[in-house]
Design a protein around this ligand. Structure first.
Ligand code: ANZ
Length: 836
């Protein structure tokens, strides 16, 4: 009897599939299109990471399953090959990134082919190909034309490790998401994309798409919508200030004021001081405000120390009394203005009204500096509003608030705002997307600056940041490169290393930089920053169906056929990076009438993280896993099946070296079944019920990406087959269900059973509900309308028994914390509802 030799089987089928381009979908003639997308990798020279493989396998199984359900599944792949990652690796190796990319993409491709993925290779995308980035530049120009790309000076986050600015989304708790350096704040002129114009739609649409809840929550959080009011507090004791203004809007009727944003206008009577951010105070200094050296020193120190403070969110807040007073617009009371770095410059107005009785941070600050704390909201169940142990941040009834006393806080919000001249305001945490990078390995931003005769014209008609700007202290007109002149090719620079001067490497290439002005023909200069890699990946899925189209970024008809993407599987870490950017760009293209949908991904599922023996897989931990070695030792089928056997895809899994052997043995047993089948198969209906139960289980588990339990069901079935008389149909069904997981071995065994068809062209088997009925079922237990636990019970378990089991359930008990339920409703075979 033959034994299972994965290397031989896999290489045989791989060669055949590659020669036939077996998985290529027919882009133009597909009847039943299904776009199965996975996040394309950056082709790191170290090769395919096991974490990539985990995600890709999860996605490929879904694609293969949908294909067997009768869809024309389009499963493309590409290389996100621009960016700092590839560039840094090139620096380390002492090779040019362009040369490095050639070898690393070739290596990646080989590994992906080995992995048994179902790719449409004809539609490969490489973001570093001028035929691709020409359209990335085109996209930038469309944004520019609509005023959504602008050049502005702003405090930006500078990564000293990567020697470039970063987008806000790339800064995680004060550190660079890539190299983990503590970022610094610098004031620089950069290109931004106005994603904030889309904040409300990005938020609202979240309810309309079928996405992992945690991804939607992360986006909602990042967009951070707050509804509140702006109040103006007139300032006094600021003698020495010039006629220049203070605060956001400056001066009104010759008076200075500071403006604050608050979500709690109902607490206006509880304001005991104002806090300005150090950056705002610095602006006051620039405008001529005279103050003590101590205050000036604090401002300087705080601005410089920003990044360090961001690094440790829990550092104690410190601050300084500015000596200026502000007048409460409701009560007329004068309160001191402090300066502290717990107030952010970029949020709201950069200044706050402090209500220590009802805000935690203000409370801490007031205690530290002995500032008064005045309660103005009485908690519903308290007699006095004395806040001794901390701030009371909830709702209640107003006290100490003049004529608003006894009003409910929620109702008082608008009334007080109106009374005190407040302006209702919706505020978002989301900032504009900074796309300039002072690096080499990216698409040049297609802009030309002219300081010649165009400048006057540009200034007369135009807006700063859109028509003209300042570069190195010099005013210049901004001209977009005309679309016919795209791509602006990235020259092959020998010295491509970042300069650390805040200037991009391209700056040194005069042949690139110096051009004739497209308007006046005079001497002009090109922009030398390149764009963020996330701009490359914000639209790659649109390119996939149109990779052979060269006169436009995407063909309208094909886009209509294939998009939006039906299923997208990828990392949660991109929730507010790639996934947010892609949604923004898609909305923008929709508004330009270039596509007819505004959400790019109908369905998105975030896979979990793969860890090893409890620790994150990383080089520094010395626990990296090389897929090549595994493919050689066990074959790709085993690796795929093992990865998916770890746990539900969305949860991630803990890799254990022993575990893979078990799965390998399982596939060996499947192989053995077919070799034995001559003797053992009979025309038996004995296993009919078990077979239908397996089909149901595997189908439903694949649908919810619980591949692990689908595999377990097949394992159980294999044991049953070994122990019982079984039919060829039992074996065939097993193989078909296993095909998405282990495409090679199933194809091989199928060819041994019947010669002229491929297992991958078989229809997914149906199950008979009656036969597939399980004797044990899972019943959800809800507490106050939310599912808190599940009960595994025999079908037909009585209502009384269900109630009893629900109350005894650990999770439910933990939630009830000894409270008596008001009501319990149990419905046989369906649900238990508890109301407390
Ligand atoms: C007074 C107040 C009283 C506040 C109260 C809260 C509770 P979100 O929900 O995140 O929008 N705030 C405003 N601008 C700020 C800034 N630049 N830096 C730090 N904090 C800032 O938070 C809005 C609240 O955060 C605002 O409402 C303000 O504090 C503070 F009982 O104003 B509140």
């Amino acid at each position: 009897m033959k034994s299972y030799n994965p290397i031989k089987i896999e290489s045989k089928w791989r060669k055949r599939w590659l020669a036939e381009n077996r998985w290529q979908v027919d882009i133009k003639n597909a009847k039943n299109p299904y776009f199965n997308l996975m996040m394309f990798p950056y082709p790191s020279a170290e090769g395919l990471h096991i974490g990539n493989l985990y995600a890709f396998t999860g996605s490929d199984i879904h694609g293969r399953y949908m294909r067997m359900r009768g869809y024309d599944v389009f499963e493309p792949i590409g290389f996100d090959a621009f960016g700092i990652h590839s560039e840094n690796f090139a620096i380390k190796k002492g090779v040019h990134p362009r040369d490095l990319i050639q070898t690393s993409t070739a290596n990646f491709r080989r590994q992906l082919e080995n992995a048994g993925q179902m790719y449409s290779w004809d539609n490969l995308v490489d973001t570093t190909d001028p035929a691709y980035y020409r359209w990335t530049q085109w996209l930038f120009l469309q944004l520019y034309k609509t005023g959504l790309a602008y050049h502005k000076e702003a405090p930006v986050q500078w990564c000293p490790g990567c020697q470039t600015v970063l987008a806000n989304e790339q800064v995680i708790q004060g550190r660079c998401e890539r190299c983990d350096s503590v970022v610094e704040t610098r004031k620089l002129r950069q290109w931004f994309l106005k994603i904030t114009d889309y904040a409300e739609r990005l938020l609202e649409n979240l309810d309309k798409i079928d996405w992992s809840e945690r991804t939607r929550a992360a986006q909602r959080n990042w967009i951070g919508k707050s509804e509140g009011a702006l109040f103006k507090f007139p300032l006094s004791n600021i003698e020495g200030s010039t006629s220049a203004s203070l605060g956001r809007d400056g001066q009104e009727d010759g008076k200075h004021f500071v403006e604050v944003f608050t979500t709690r206008p109902d607490t206006l009577y509880g304001v005991t001081f104002i806090v300005a951010s150090p950056e705002l105070a610095h602006e006051w200094l620039d405008m001529g405000w005279q103050t003590t050296d101590e205050v000036k020193k604090y401002i300087d120190k705080a601005i410089k120390g920003r990044s360090l403070q961001a690094e440790n969110q829990n550092t104690e807040k410190d601050g300084v009394d500015s000596g200026v007073f502000a007048t409460n617009p409701a009560s007329g009371e004068k309160v001191p203005v402090w300066i502290s770095d717990y107030v952010l410059a970029e949020y709201g107005t950069g200044a706050i009204m402090a209500v220590p009785a009802h805000d935690e941070r203000d409370f801490e600050f007031a205690v530290k500096y002995g500032l008064p704390i005045r309660p103005v909201i009485l908690p519903p169940d308290k007699e006095t509003g004395e806040a001794t142990k901390g701030a009371y941040t909830g709702e209640g009834v107003l006290v100490n608030s003049g004529k608003f006393d006894d009003t409910e806080s929620e109702k008082a919000r608008e009334k007080i705002a109106e009374e005190a001249g407040g302006e209702m305001r919706v505020q978002y945490h989301l900032r504009d997307w900074l796309i300039s990078r002072q690096r080499y390995w990216g698409p040049p931003i297609p802009i030309i600056y002219c300081a010649g005769e165009c400048l006057e014209k540009a200034k007369k008609k135009g807006e700063e940041g859109i028509d003209w700007t300042i570069i190195n202290g010099e005013e210049v007109a901004i001209h977009p490169v005309s679309e016919e002149n795209l791509p602006v090719e990235l020259p092959y620079l020998e010295d491509f290393r970042p300069k650390g001067t805040g200037k991009a490497p391209l700056e040194a290439d005069s042949a690139f930089v110096e051009v004739a002005c497209p308007e006046c023909g005079g001497a002009a200069r090109r922009e030398t920053d390149v764009s963020d890699t996330f701009l490359d990946s914000s639209w790659y899925f649109l390119r996939y169906p149109s990779t052979d189209v060269h006169d436009k970024p995407f063909d309208k008809l094909r886009t209509r056929t294939w998009l939006p993407v039906d299923m997208y599987i990828g990392g949660q870490e991109h929730a507010v990076l790639h996934l947010m950017y892609a949604r923004f760009i898609t909305m923008f293209l929709h508004d330009q009438k270039l596509i007819d949908f505004e959400e790019p991904f109908d369905k998105f599922r975030a896979h979990g993280l793969l860890i090893k023996d409890g620790a994150k897989i990383s080089k520094s931990k010395g626990n990296v896993i090389n897929p090549d070695n595994l493919f050689e030792a066990f074959g790709a089928d085993t690796v795929r099946t093992y990865l998916m056997f770890l746990s539900p895809l969305e949860q991630g899994g803990d890799w254990r070296d022993e575990g893979i052997r078990g799965v390998h043995r399982f596939l060996g047993r499947v192989f053995g079944l077919v070799q034995d089948s001559e003797q053992k198969t009979v025309n038996s209906k004995q296993l009919e019920q078990a077979r239908h139960q397996m089909i149901k289980k595997v189908t439903e588990d694949i649908e919810r990406l619980h591949y692990n339990t689908a595999i377990a069901a097949m394992m159980t079935f294999v044991n049953t087959l070994y122990d019982n008389e079984h039919s060829e149909e039992d074996i065939r069904t097993l193989l078909v269900l296993l095909a998405p997981f282990a495409p090679y071995i199933t194809e091989e065994l199928w060819s041994q059973l019947s010669t002229d068809s491929s297992i991958h062209d078989q229809k997914w088997p149906e199950f008979d509900e009656e036969l597939a009925r399980e004797d044990t079922i899972t019943i959800p237990v809800q507490v106050n309308g939310k599912v808190k636990a599940e009960l595994e019970v025999e079908r037909g378990t009585s209502k009384d028994k269900l109630e009893k089991m629900a109350l005894e359930n650990e999770k439910v008990a933990a939630f009830l914390e000894g409270r008596e339920p008001k009501k319990i409703i149990a419905i046989q075979d369906k649900i238990v509802n508890i109301v407390v």
